[in-house]
Design a protein around this ligand. Sequence first.
Ligand SMILES: NC(=O)c1ccc[n+]([C@@H]2O[C@H](COP(=O)([O-])OP(=O)(O)OC[C@H]3O[C@@H](n4cnc5c(N)ncnc54)[C@H](OP(=O)(O)O)[C@@H]3O)[C@@H](O)[C@H]2O)c1
Length: 359
Amino acid sequence: MKKYRVGVVGATGMVGQRFVSLLEAHPWFQLCVVAASARSAGKTYEEAVGSRWAMPNPMPEEAKKLIVMDASQVEAVTAQVDFVFCAVDMKKEEIKALEEAYAKAECPVVSNNSANRFTPDVPMVVPEINADHIEVIQAQRKRLGTRRGFIAVKSNCSLQSYVPALHPLREEFGLNKVLVCTYQAISGAGKTFATWPEMVDNCIPYIGGEEEKSEQEPLKLWGKVEDGQIVSASSPAITAQCLRIPVSDGHMAAVFMSFDKKPTKEEILDRWSRFEGPAQKLDLPSAPKHFLHYFEQADRPQTKLDRNLENGMAVSVGRLREDTQYDYKFVCLSHNTLRGAAGGGVLLAELLAAKGYFD
Ligand SMILES: NC(=O)c1ccc[n+]([C@@H]2O[C@H](COP(=O)([O-])OP(=O)(O)OC[C@H]3O[C@@H](n4cnc5c(N)ncnc54)[C@H](OP(=O)(O)O)[C@@H]3O)[C@@H](O)[C@H]2O)c1
């Protein structure tokens, strides 16, 4: 199979570094361009990132000597690639304009940013859950006046643990009410303990915009494509509190759920163990073999022990039990910069490639 030429826009940041790491020896994608702000442009990738390299593995040799391009030089970047990943820290309106400029230059954009998540004809996709939403790209291309260019996004990292666990129960048992508290790692803010020492021995009970995303984005994931737009689902009702805790990577969630037709505990465990989606059926290179792993031990999943399960692409679940106010409660965990960000972006790109959207 021919390899697609790929650019990473925002390559010097936390998520961008993950993309660069994941693209090393990827069977379908070849990293050709790294782009960032004018501050980094013109330097080698190694110089531009410098001491900011925060990945557990060394910087890939193929990336070190690439000269960082200015992301605003859209034509220069798009001339060298078949599509780009985008993960930039800019104002929402600037990100929207940048992503649209790439799409209009006939370059597909697979984005980690939130700016376009609620654009009605932009699919927001977790490949195991709503792969069918990519069909809305046809309507988006019509709006943008493009033949090839489009924007596809992945959802926020906070919901990447609990939506997969709720999904195989939602329709069959009529999931109607969800309460979730998330305990989120500092890499979700693009930080390490070195760059955010105030987080050592600390917990901050506020993450700007995160609770709204955690409540609303699942409803778009569970929405339907109608007349060239994605119409969000109207249920379940979701309420969320999101806390920043002192761990480097891995977002944990404590979840409470109620149903129209309350399942048995065995039925829930059965649906979790059998759940697979298009990512597994298409055998996409980054897809975990088993998306949901249930732990019987009362003290699992644990962030440090379980976040890297199946290369950080699986979701760990545990402590399912009946609740006094809701039908059931459980805990779950996913790696926020792998499954929750760059890994989820690479998996989405694999789905789009498998379905011919980059040709
Ligand atoms: N971290 C996570 O777990 C996570 C999860 C999901 C989604 N996200 C989203 O992903 C995006 C990036 O997050 P991050 O944590 O990787 O941020 P980050 O570490 O602060 O990195 C920001 C990146 O944006 C680039 N940038 C800043 N201003 C720019 C400009 N004017 N033009 C072009 N590039 C510019 C930076 O380049 P320079 O180095 O040149 O400044 C850097 O490459 C954000 O939208 C965030 O909400 C993050």
